[in-house]
Design a protein around this ligand. Structure first.
Ligand SMILES: [Zn+2]
Length: 359
């Protein structure tokens, strides 16, 4: 009897050591990308832009972290069924796993795992809290609609971490703040001083050495800050902030309407393995701070998410609408992401309008 090859050394989405019964996915259907070869099991149906989106995520995240292009990963992502995932990784506790420079996902587009792959080329990785924190910061929608909530990370810094994923939001929250306030370089330096099992005391000492600030004071400021500092960086930014910008029709009206067809080459998502989702990303430039009416027209199951791509995401509100809804909201000037989501198994019509409110 032969022993299956070990196929995990450093798991970034899981601490388990998995036995891989079929590590080589090169026989699967594949869309070759510049950075990510996208593969899927034949019973699954990815949408037309699923592979391209993950491929684009590599330079998008790499540039934000200041990673040299020559260091970008050339890697693969396999969308596999729950059965295959469990056979490989011995668990269904995770939606995806990045390991040894490749990723397996139970759903078609786990951008979070691509963030791990880029991170794996960027720094020597320290405590799990900050490894997951960076992936959540770069892909906030994976763990929650987390662009703005501020969560106290102190209990997790003092550890131990819970076995479940309940610390992801707190981790993404503080890492978002550290990146936006101080940039990626110091974050890397700070976390590289730490071992995987660093204690709260060691984390505080490394933080003081690199940031020249007391971590507990900084956390206290973070939890109550209401102003965006002038020198805040426009970091981190989700992949949707890199989407094509739709121009205004005129000064009074912005509109975007289309059918969302899974097979279109700018649609993320897919159906199969009990997953059924299709999304498109666009951006809109908001000309000035003020009140705007946003409205979503469309078929049932269409959802809109709109959020700022500007600095200080911890202060920005994320707006979510279902079909037929309209809402008056305050928006800061600058680029905003638009995410339209529906099911991949039906063709949905979606239309969004944005109009300034005049008193
Ligand atoms: Zn992760």
């Amino acid at each position: 009897m032969s022993v299956p090859p070990l196929c995990s050394s450093r798991l970034v989405a899981s601490l388990i050591f998995a036995l891989c019964v079929a590590c080589d996915d090169s026989e699967l259907p594949t869309v070759e990308g510049q950075h990510i070869d996208y593969r899927w099991e034949p019973q699954l149906t990815p949408c037309g832009g699923a592979g391209a989106a993950l491929d684009e995520a590599v330079p998008w995240f790499g540039a934000q972290l200041g990673l040299a292009e020559s260091r970008y990963p050339k890697s693969s992502y396999s969308w596999i069924s729950d059965n295959t995932f469990e056979e490989r990784h011995g668990t269904l506790d995770y939606e995806g796993i990045a390991y040894r420079g490749r990723a397996d996902g139970r759903s078609p587009n786990i951008i979070h795992e691509i963030a791990h792959l880029v991170d794996g080329r960027w720094r020597r990785q320290g405590p799990r809290f900050f490894v997951e924190g960076l992936a959540v910061a770069l892909d906030p929608r994976h763990s929650a609609d987390l662009l703005s909530p501020r969560i106290d990370p102190t209990p997790y810094i003092d550890g131990p971490l819970p076995d479940d994923l309940s610390y992801y939001s707190a981790a993404g929250s503080i890492v978002t703040y550290l990146l936006g306030r101080f940039g990626p370089g110091r974050f890397r330096e700070f976390t590289e001083k730490l071992s995987t099992r660093a204690s709260g005391e060691e984390i505080r000492a490394a933080f003081a050495a690199v940031y020249d600030e007391d971590l507990d004071d900084l956390i206290a400021d973070f939890l109550v800050a209401s102003e965006c500092p002038e020198d805040a960086l426009p970091l981190p930014q989700p992949l949707s902030c890199g989407a094509p910008r739709v121009p205004w029709i005129d000064a009074e009206r912005w509109a975007y309407a289309r059918p969302i067809r899974c097979e279109d080459d700018d649609v993320l998502g897919g159906h199969g393995n009990d997953r059924d989702s299709a999304s498109i990303y666009r951006t809109i430039e908001i000309p000035e701070d003020g009140d705007y009416t946003i409205a979503l027209y469309g078929d049932r199951d269409v959802r809109l998410t709109l959020g700022s791509c500007g600095p200080c995401p911890w202060l920005n509100e994320l707006h979510s609408l279902n079909d037929g809804q309209r809402e008056e909201v305050w928006l800061p000037a600058g680029l905003h992401m638009i995410v339209l989501s529906t099911k991949a198994t039906s063709i949905a019509l979606a239309g969004v309008t944005v109009t300034p409110v005049h008193e």
